[in-house]
Design a protein around this ligand. Structure first.
Ligand code: MG
Length: 390
């Protein structure tokens, strides 16, 4: 079997979903997805000459060829790795379809048939903690057993702090990363309201998007300890692993980070220094399915669970779920498109997420078939539908 074509279609979801299709001389095809980002579809097309004529079943070899040959384009991290991730996922789908087995078979089979999903709830309608509580109650009523809110919105860098009455907008001074006492009280009030709304058993995460300094991050994490969060995500910027470790080891609120990192090398120090309690690789961004499994196995040496970050369409989401089924240390995976009513329509058949879980079947590959009419209807303007150029 030889690869005959590599093509993309960028779908305008709540993020641009970069779909990657690989075709072969046998007629078997694979469909993957890369995380969004400027230039990602272009980079997929740039990798195409490396793939045409190659045996698509040698996935590790093809991954290494792309990493090495695209090093000038930045394949240590960033958009190039993201593009390669979309190609890699398409190759696993193709391999599964060629052999008539689901992708999880290639990663050692499954620890579980259902993948727990957490709903990213964004913020409340207003800064009132009661709005957060109401949104949390609705999400649980929709069947979810896990949910997450943004604890730091709206983005303090874009607002006029002098002209707004809402407490959460009075960011004390965003550039020094200080949490004022008023903001601290507001954040604790939000978390308390959500916990009281959903009860003690629902998993509740909170995301702080890298905003705070070490001391205030520790104060916040300790103040949230009574509410037994699933995690507090990215309370400090992501670059300094020693600082991450200090925050993580200063609180019993679990600290989660990792959506900014790429490839197994990117996670090495974070894992080996045990600088996070939970790590959150974005699988269609950080290197794809096999790279995510390697990170999971590395994390498991330190008994650290994985909770993948995810903003993908059903293609990237279910493909990631296939490898999550093969990770003993998988915890929960994100769903970030509750506001996209046609998310499920992008693929044929049953809804991918039902009652807060993905149920993996026995269909080959990731098991999904793109609904081309829906995909064309939401194609990003100015881009091709699996044509010769992005
Ligand atoms: Mg996050």
């Amino acid at each position: 079997m030889k690869i005959t074509n590599v093509a993309t279609a960028v779908i305008a979801g709540n993020f641009p979903w970069v779909l990657v299709r690989i075709e072969t001389d046998t007629g078997v095809t694979g469909l993957g997805e890369a995380y969004w980002g400027a230039g990602v579809a272009e980079l997929v097309h740039q990798a195409k000459p490396l793939l045409i004529g190659q045996d698509p079943t040698n996935i590790g070899r093809l991954f290494d060829i792309m990493i090495r040959c695209l090093s000038g384009e930045g394949s240590q991290a960033g958009a190039t790795v993201t593009a390669i991730s979309g190609i890699e996922i398409a190759l696993w789908d193709l391999l599964g379809r060629a052999h008539g087995v689901p992708i999880s078979t290639f990663f050692g089979g499954r620890y579980r048939e259902t993948i727990r999903i957490y709903a990213d709830c964004h913020a409340g309608k207003t800064p009132d903690p009661a709005d957060y509580a109401e949104k949390a109650r609705q999400t649980v009523a929709d069947g979810y057993t896990a949910l997450k809110f943004d604890l730091d919105t709206p983005n303090p860098y874009t607002i006029d702090v002098t002209d707004d009455p809402h407490p959460r907008r009075h960011w004390f001074e965003p550039f020094n990363r200080v949490i004022g006492n008023q903001e601290m009280r507001w954040m604790v009030d939000v978390v308390r309201a959500v916990r009281e709304a959903v009860g003690p058993e629902i998993m509740v995460g909170m995301d702080a998007h890298w905003k705070f300094n070490v001391n205030d991050a520790i104060k916040l994490a300790q103040a949230l300890e009574p509410y037994d969060l699933l995690w507090l995500e990215d309370p400090i910027p992501p670059e300094n692993i020693e600082a991450q470790r200090h925050v993580t080891h200063s609180t019993r609120t679990p600290i989660c980070t990792g959506e900014n990192l790429y490839r197994k090398h990117g996670y090495r120090e974070l894992i080996e220094k045990q600088a996070a309690r939970i790590i959150a690789p974005d699988i269609p961004k950080m290197g794809g399915l096999m790279e995510a499994k390697k990170v999971a196995d590395h994390a498991d040496l330190y008994y650290i669970p994985l909770a993948p970050h995810n903003v993908a369409s059903p293609i990237g989401t279910v493909a990631a779920a296939q490898v999550c089924a093969s990770m003993n240390n998988f915890l929960v995976m994100e769903f970030h498109s509750t506001d996209v009513p046609w998310w499920d329509d992008l693929v044929d058949g049953e809804k991918a997420i039902r009652d807060g879980f993905i149920r993996l079947g026995e269909a080959p590959g990731h098991g999904l078939t793109l609904n081309e009419d829906v995909a064309r209807g939401h194609l990003k303007p100015g881009t091709s539908f699996f044509g010769d150029a992005p």
